[in-house]
Design a binder for this molecule. Structure first.
Ligand code: FAD
Length: 436
């Protein structure tokens, strides 16, 4: 067919459709609502914000602020809508959710290059350019199709992620590198507890406040083998010491004594700028995670780039199946976009729609696909999801830990360093913008 099929008119799908249409490319945009809805959507509008009305921090010294500015410069429809329908929210960009989604819906409906089809797409076409942007609650026939395409093991229905912290924010005077029984080098960072420290940590953990589960997530049984750390702690003070906090085989380097308990941090990206807290998948509220996990020795000032979550979230194992252009490795005419690719968040999902839209347009025009380097926020995300080394790939928010470091030795304040990173990223965006 002559048009590009975009499946799903969520944040990613509308952004992709807009990027194609502004390049005069005909688009068929398929959306199953109102015929069928997800358990989280409540309206028939496109780009519905299913929960918060915030797009998070606005300034570019913050990674999500940089992502917004990159998207603005690449003429993002989601950013146009967000800026137009902004409501006061301090340093954050929040929107009037109804007028935002109504405006986006009108933009799609009145676009001469876009044909809206209200149907649930149940097969993935092989004879045309297609972008799959069916979101984190993809299920039914489409989920089966994606599973068949990628292989069962490459499609996840749940997110059970431990928090991720930046290496720079750790107190390495308290932490030591070692692998249990010296097996496999010294890959882990180990945070040793004294008995007193452990008891304080345990008491805080069992009394910390948990997040409310969505109604549709309450009867999920899938997490049995992957217990939240606070539930394990609730079984008794010693339980964690025989589970993820067991200290055996991890002697302190100076005294060779075995600590009372040890929390291990595992490298999370190839650059070694991010570490996840092993076994700490959790339902705790985000501020509670910060308060309680900062009691772990060495994590007192830890910067959390992603908090632990356990919720329903469909996503593909992108490192195995996607290129950084968001093309499916085995079929370059098939793209994935949005949260389905393993990014997390409204903006991140829309950014992956923008990238898929630009690249589908490039292919349509017989041009090379664009690769943003990981010096940019968009490239940092697309590189993270397509190159993640960890077998346990979990979705990721934008943060400076996944953007290429500056590579200068000079000690700089965080704000100053982030400003340089942002300037460098925006320069690359402006250069790419001139070419597409
Ligand atoms: P969606 O916006 O969900 O869009 C997917 C679209 O595809 C939907 O319109 C759906 O109806 C349609 N569709 C699905 N299957 C088919 C099919 N087979 N055929 C045709 N159409 C189909 N992120 C934040 O930043 N802040 C939050 O507060 C937040 N809260 C969240 C709360 C919940 C319950 C969930 C599940 C996620 C939340 N997220 C949040 C994460 C994420 O940012 C949003 O889910 C975001 O909407 C993802 O964008 P998307 O375009 O990938 O998917």
């Amino acid at each position: 067919k002559n048009s590009v099929l975009v499946i799903g008119a969520g944040l990613a799908g509308v952004e992709a459709a807009y990027q194609l249409s502004k390049r005069n490319i005909p688009v068929e945009l398929a959306e199953m609502r109102p015929l069928r809805s997800s358990p989280a959507h409540h309206t028939d509008l496109f780009a519905e914000l299913v929960c918060s009305n915030s797009f998070r921090a606005a300034n570019v010294e913050n990674a999500v602020g940089l992502l917004k500015e990159e998207m603005r410069r690449l003429d993002s429809l989601i950013m146009q809508g967000a800026d137009k329908h902004r409501v006061p929210a301090g340093g954050a960009l929040a929107v009037d959710r109804t007028s935002f989604s109504q405006w986006i819906t009108d933009k799609m409906t009145n676009n001469p290059f876009i044909t809206i089809v209200h149907e649930e797409v149940t097969t993935i076409p092989t004879d045309r350019l297609c972008i799959i942007a069916t979101g984190p609650l993809t299920d039914g026939a489409m989920a089966e199709q994606i599973q068949q395409l990628t292989g069962e093991a490459y499609f996840h229905f749940h997110d059970a992620a431990a928090p991720i912290v930046t290496f720079d924010s750790l107190d390495m005077t308290k932490i030591y590198r070692a692998a249990r029984y010296n097996k496999g080098g010294a890959d882990y960072l180990n945070c040793p507890f004294t008995k007193d420290e452990y008891e304080i940590f345990w008491k805080n953990l069992i009394t910390a406040e948990c997040a409310e589960l969505h109604e549709f997530e309450k009867d999920d049984t899938v997490f049995e083998g992957c217990m939240p750390i606070e539930v394990m702690a609730g079984r008794g003070m010693e339980t964690m010491r025989f589970g993820p906090l067991k200290p055996v085989g991890l002697p302190l380097p100076e005294t060779q004594e075995i600590p009372y308990a040890v929390v291990q941090l595992r490298q999370d990206n190839s650059k070694g700028t991010l570490y996840n807290i092993v076994g700490f998948q959790t339902h705790l509220k985000f501020p509670e995670q910060k308060r309680v996990f900062s009691l772990i020795p060495g994590l007192e000032k830890a910067e959390f780039v992603r908090y632990g979550v356990m919720h329903r979230n469909s996503y593909i194992n992108s490192p195995a199946v996607l290129l950084p252009t968001l093309q499916y490795k085995e079929n370059p005419y098939l793209f994935f976009a949005g949260q389905l690719t393993g990014v997390e968040g409204y903006l991140e999902s829309a950014a992956m729609g923008l990238l898929a839209g630009i690249n589908a347009a490039q292919l349509y025009m017989n041009k090379d696909c664009i690769r943003f380097s990981s010096q940019t926020a968009i490239g940092g995300l697309s590189h993270y999801i397509s190159h993640h080394p960890n077998t346990n790939f979990q979705p990721m928010n934008i943060n400076f830990g996944i953007i290429e470091p500056l590579g200068v030795k000079k000690k700089m304040k965080k704000k100053e360093k982030n400003m340089f990173l942002a300037q460098r990223a925006l320069q690359e965006i402006d250069t790419i913008k001139g070419k597409i």
